[in-house]
Ligand binder design. Structure first.
Ligand code: NAP
Ligand code: HSE
Length: 428
């Protein structure tokens, strides 16, 4: 009879409690599949008196997660606290230093300290697994490191923040404002402890960093991701984009070309009838393109108790089965430094601006675009609201540099009221 796999869980919030529930509910199934009993030995959180909806009296309690990580009666330290410094980092380091494997859902920790932690783990002969850190319940890390290991990956892209996708799609579907929907995400268990990480694109940027590292064999480099959040997207943008046949998504793209590695997380337009355009609510989608497989599209719940706990348990089962894969799919000392692309590949752009009701105003805007070498594909002007009229322009492919040049020149024409909104259009 194989020895049980003994776990210590630090963090008993949305994800941690979800994991405890699966360990209890599926004990027989987990043992049948892995050939070992999965035994929860000890847990840790800040407040021992908090009602967490389930009894935890069968498990030893540690107030200090570092003490939990160092216990000699656990084999695996499961880190579900969050945060890239403090308790999560210290406890993970302590677990590796005392011979434990680590399972974590913490994308911030790995996006920022992943290289050092991977090196520490490999030097100690330990494993770090982090399926739950990217795209919640979708087994994307496993797909990339195992199922697609025979491919040279050319592009990885995706919608990987449930909060942002929920807010953007519900704004369009219900006409509700940003604040009400943001509160609903909190009730659904989607939000990070610091929700600015969600709406600022940072959380999704952390996830893109991890996918990019595995896909391109580079050291995780969050500081090389170009980031923009959804805070500037208005109901007006959502409706106008829909009118032109598009949906707005917080989209991450990592792509290697002769220009270097492009990694960006920003609101983009996608065709409304494309798989990405049809993605609703907290659902995530990751598109992986490889030289042999061509394209794989993975879709599933990106956040919340059950989906995230499901991913954590997938990692626990792999450890119980003895699967040993380096953190980012290849030994940490073989990962290369990121050479960031200075400019992105050309793409069509969507522009929305308020044009003053003056003779020749539209001609001036068209001239500015023409001078920057930008060709207009489609244009729509709506009726005047007081002294201005909303104008939407879809350009042919251009570079962000050319667009920035045109936007600067546009500000000097005195025919555009306020700052135009410019969003990249991404095709899949
Ligand atoms: P959460 O609900 O806020 O729970 C965090 C837990 O960690 C709480 O139980 C908290 O204790 C405990 N904790 C925090 N700091 C601690 C410390 N210094 N010492 C001991 N315990 C501490 O967070 P969550 O949503 O479960 O997320 C956990 C991790 O999973 C994060 O890395 C997050 O990014 C990641 N993740 C979450 C989701 C999701 O859908 N929620 C999805 C994917 C990944 P108290 O309860 O006593 O305050
Ligand atoms: N806050 C994250 C989201 C949780 O909304 O997608 C899942 O990582």
């Amino acid at each position: 009879m194989s020895q049980p796999l003994r776990l210590g869980i630090a963090g008993l919030g949305t994800v941690g409690i979800g994991v405890v529930k699966i360990i209890r509910r599926q004990a027989a199934l987990l043992e049948a599949r892995t050939g070992r009993r999965i035994e929860l030995v000890a847990v840790s959180a800040r407040d021992a008196s908090k009602d967490r909806g389930i009894s935890l009296k069968d498990y030893a309690w540690e107030t200090d997660p570092v003490a939990l990580a160092k216990r000699d009666d656990i084999d695996v330290f499961v880190e579900l606290m969050g945060g890239h410094e403090g308790a999560a980092k210290e406890a993970t380091e302590a677990a590796l230093a005392t011979g434990k494997d680590v399972v974590t859902a913490n994308k911030a920790l790995l996006a920022i300290h992943g290289q050092a932690l991977a090196e520490q783990a490999e030097a100690a002969g330990r494993i770090i697994r982090f399926e739950a850190a990217v795209a919640g319940g979708i087994p994307v890390i496993k797909s990339l490191t195992e199922g697609l290991a025979g491919n040279e990956i050319t592009r990885v892209m995706g919608v990987m923040n449930g909060t942002c996708n929920y807010i953007l799609t519900q704004m369009e579907a219900t006409g509700q404002g940003y604040n009400a929907l943001f509160e609903e995400c909190g009730r659904l268990g989607y939000l990070e402890a610091d929700p600015n990480l969600d709406v600022g694109g940072i959380d999704a940027g952390h996830k893109l960093t991890l996918l990019s590292s595995i896909a391109f064999g580079t050291k995780p480099a969050f500081d090389k991701v170009r980031l923009e959040g959804i805070q500037r997207i208005s109901l007006e943008d959502i409706h106008h984009a829909a009118d032109m046949g598009f949906r707005i998504k917080l989209l991450g793209v990592a792509q290697r070309s002769a220009r270097g590695l492009e990694q960006r997380m920003s609101p983009c337009l996608v065709p409304a009838n494309s798989p990405l355009g049809q993605l609703e609510g907290g659902t995530n989608m990751v598109v992986i393109e490889g030289d042999a497989v061509e394209q794989v599209v993975l879709r599933g719940p990106g956040a919340g108790e059950g989906p995230t706990a499901s991913a954590v348990m997938g990692d626990v089962c792999d450890l119980a089965r003895g699967l040993k894969i380096p953190t980012f799919g290849q030994p940490a000392n073989t990962l290369e430094d990121v050479v960031p692309a200075q400019t992105g590949l050309p793409a069509p752009y969507y522009l929305r601006m308020s044009l003053l009701d003056k003779p020749g105003a539209l001609a001036k805007v068209a001239a500015v675009l023409g001078e920057a070498g930008i060709s207009i594909d489609r244009m729509r002007q709506y009726g005047h609201e007081d002294a201005t009229a909303p104008v939407l322009i879809v350009t042919h492919k251009t570079t962000r540099d050319a667009l920035d040049q045109a936007l600067t020149a546009m500000a000097e024409t005195a025919v555009v009221d306020g700052e135009p909104v410019a969003l990249r259009i991404e095709t899949v």
